[in-house]
Design a protein around this ligand. Sequence first.
Ligand SMILES: Cc1cc2nc3c(=O)[nH]c(=O)nc-3n(C[C@H](O)[C@H](O)[C@H](O)COP(=O)(O)OP(=O)(O)OC[C@H]3O[C@@H](n4cnc5c(N)ncnc54)[C@H](O)[C@@H]3O)c2cc1C
Length: 411
Amino acid sequence: MTAADVVVAGAGPAGSAAAHVLASAGLQVLVLERARFPRDKSCGDGVTAHAVDILTGMGVSFDAFGRQAVKTYGGLIGAPNGDAFLAQAPPHNGKPPECWVVPRMVLDERIAQAAVRAGAQLRQGALVTGLVRRRGAVEGVEWSDGGGVNRTAARIVIGADGAHSAVAKALRVKNSPPRHLGYALRGYFADVRELSGELEIYYFDAGLLPGYGWIFPTGPDTANVGVGIYSGELKRSKRKLRDILSAFVTSVPRVTRQLQSARPTGKAVGWPLPVSSAHRRTTFDGAMLCGDAASLVDPLTGEGIYTALVSGRSAAHAAIEALKSGDTSSFALRAHDREWRAIAGGYLSSGRLLKNLAKSPVLMNLIVRRGRENGYYASRAIGYGLGTLDRRRALRSIVMRALFNPSFFRN
Ligand SMILES: Cc1cc2nc3c(=O)[nH]c(=O)nc-3n(C[C@H](O)[C@H](O)[C@H](O)COP(=O)(O)OP(=O)(O)OC[C@H]3O[C@@H](n4cnc5c(N)ncnc54)[C@H](O)[C@@H]3O)c2cc1C
């Protein structure tokens, strides 16, 4: 049996962020990744400003992506009644907030390279199949590279292996109930016209709210196009995600024009969105979960790269402290939970409340109308969505207006 201080399952944003912190602290880290880079991951490819900040801190240079990435500063929001506004988000850390669209085929390899540069060992084509345990505590992983079962002993195992996490399954974590699960489908298109150059989000179908369709620019005339819908609304609609994607393209006149002469480049790929309202357990004796494996996707937007990075880093910080003290119990590892909650807990819990408000077509129509009428509201709505503004203020402001300025809500 080989050995490492920490084994990380999965080299997505969560696993690579964890490995980067651990290796930078001088620990022996082995990252086991099922795929081989460059590998795709079904995603909108939108990297928001708070995720860009973390990645830049890890040494991932967005300018170095060249034509493989597009910088955006704001968004277009479309309402169920067809109304829309386009706005930039308010400044973030004193600068216009820089969001990027980078295909995950490119982005994830760069993040993994940052971890390797810091000293992590990355083993590709290595599928984690189970955990090694002694008296209930995790003491390593079982994995396969196609040539039989290998075992690696580890003082701590970090499960960063995504929405279908094998580590979470081995820890007997239940799948998220349907109301805490979304599904999203994404395709790439070439020869797209009239792109705004910003992140375009359309709440196009009142019956599917808070689900939405998006067009994110991946170049001057290429785009990532998709839909993300909660499991409940999807089931009630009795439609397939693929049909909903087609309906999105044909039912929004602007999107129809944009994609009129466009051609798909590859097959549309779907994937689950395990949202944070599931409150999944994230610490165990000798193991932690982070990113999608911990069900940490933002309930409002479906954004998960930021929380994957935050929780990958918090798992690594907790591991470093636990290894120093020699206590790797679930109790000691709760520092992981405390850290990601302190950083992203408010953003996620207010995202859950805002998502419930976004189920109302009346409210969505009104918000978009107010945004179109008033640049200040428009800019703030974009900031709340992108997480560059504190969303708890959005909730407070909605409550205050309802109490003291109810005319705001009149059509
Ligand atoms: C269609 C769609 C659109 C989205 N759009 C956005 C967006 O625009 N912006 C945003 O921020 N988020 C978006 N998300 C969410 C985002 O993609 C995820 O939240 C994010 O990728 C989570 O990162 P992660 O590292 O936890 O997991 P992943 O990115 O899924 O990485 C997990 C890694 O583990 C590997 N792995 C899996 N199983 C094993 C195993 N058994 N052994 C070894 N390795 C394994 C996988 O190959 C993968 O490399 C979207 C999701 C979907 C489905």
